[in-house]
Design a protein around this ligand. Structure first.
Ligand SMILES: [Zn+2]
Length: 392
């Protein structure tokens, strides 16, 4: 095995799986968008559930699982299919014999959740049932942690809180699992993992200024994380993956003002173009209302800290040269000025056939896209260099 980052073809939505190169092949799933319309022959995204399941391991009780599920923000194109495909609630209530036509549910060993992102989303619009179910599950786990004072929490009950809530009293008792903006996560599912570390860049905490706070709400406040993924023990930074859900221009602008003197925190070898390659991640100007819409230089700078040979991925439908947004053709043109290696899930392997997951293999010198000969050579070398069993 080698470390992998897989983007599933979920049209305009996100669903990204990171598999680490540790002995357990630790898995981190960021968002889910399984719009299973079995009755709809037009819906070619239905099989993403299967594409995901074939990449997951099962535990000693035969249950498929992810070590971590991270929700960037609770919009439907980021949490669709959660209730249908994932077990929510106590693991004691797991159904080993699913009703006919259904599959075993996927166990989420640890959840990474941001209450502040939730608050902003629910101020802005009505949450869907999947989003509410996630929130209920996150609250169950947070309350259990408080109750047990963090002692004896096991798989299926673990949670990390990403970003400060609106006031410290809301996360009282959760300090041990709270990761604020600028903090680094090194524990995955309760264990230190040398094969990855995660720098939390967002969400921004609640802004005392009412207008600023409103702007954060309107700009799709999301969990923003810079994942440092190792190819092997000797290369802990083989792939720096920057992903920030649907965060839009005001947030990237704010990140630039915060990190412009410390741009290492914004660096990447792989970037998920925010909000499915939306124009609004880069500009305050509406393309339909403004004659000559301008890119915001600060927001673009925040998204321009690409290492040499970096890849930019759009998790979206195919990008057409028309007025569609997202994905927006003009935004793609902007990303192409940052890196020529621009890819789109809706165009792989091409725009007409049923799409396949876009899987990067992480080699010592960075992410290798499908079909890259170097990827298979690197994968072989990496598996030889694999580190021993225990992480301590
Ligand atoms: Zn979205």
């Amino acid at each position: 095995m080698s470390a992998k980052v897989t983007f599933f073809p979920v049209a305009n939505g996100d669903m990204t799986l990171i598999i680490l190169n540790d002995t357990n092949e630790t898995s981190i799933l960021i968002d889910v968008n399984i719009r299973c319309a079995a009755d709809d022959p037009e819906d070619d995204t239905c099989d993403v559930a299967n594409q995901l399941r074939t990449r997951l391991k099962t535990d000693d009780k035969g249950r498929p699982y992810v070590d971590v599920f991270v929700l960037s923000h609770p919009d439907q194109d980021h949490c669709s299919g959660l209730q249908k495909h994932f077990h929510l609630g106590k693991l004691d209530d797991y159904k080993y014999e699913p009703p006919e036509g259904e599959e075993l549910k996927i166990v989420i060993r640890e959840i990474w959740s941001s209450p502040m992102v939730y608050r902003r989303a629910s101020t802005n619009h009505t949450l869907t049932d999947d989003a509410k179910a996630f929130n209920t599950e996150a609250k169950r786990r947070a309350n259990l942690y408080k109750e047990k004072v963090g002692v004896g929490i096991t798989d299926g009950d673990r949670i990390l809180i990403i970003g400060e809530d609106e006031s410290p009293d809301k996360t009282k008792g959760l300090e041990g699992i709270l990761y604020k903006q600028g903090d680094t996560i090194t524990r995955i599912n309760g264990t230190y993992n040398s094969m990855a570390s995660m720098r939390v860049l967002g969400p921004f905490p609640k802004d005392a200024d009412e207008e600023e706070e409103k702007s954060l709400q309107k700009n799709h406040s999301s969990v923003i994380i810079q994942y440092h993924i190792a190819s092997d023990a000797a290369h802990p930074d083989a792939c720096i993956f920057l992903t920030g859900g649907d965060a839009e221009v005001a947030i990237w602008k704010k990140l630039w003002s915060k990190y412009k003197n410390n741009t290492d925190d914004l660096k990447y070898d792989l970037l998920l173009a925010p909000h499915h390659c939306s124009w609004h991640a880069l500009s305050f100007d509406s393309r339909s209302k403004v004659a000559d819409p301008k890119v915001d230089a600060d927001a673009k700078s925040a998204l321009s800290q690409a290492n040499f040979g970096a890849y930019i991925m759009s998790s979206s439908k195919a990008i057409k040269d028309d007025d569609t947004d997202p994905p927006c053709h003009a935004a793609k043109k902007e990303y192409l000025t940052i890196s020529k290696n621009f890819k789109c899930t809706g165009e792989y392997p091409n725009t007409t056939t049923t799409h396949e997951p876009f899987e990067f293999i992480i080699a010592a010198d960075g992410p290798q896209p499908p079909g890259n000969k170097k990827a298979s050579v690197a994968a072989a070398a990496v598996s030889m260099a694999r580190e021993p069993l225990s992480h301590g």
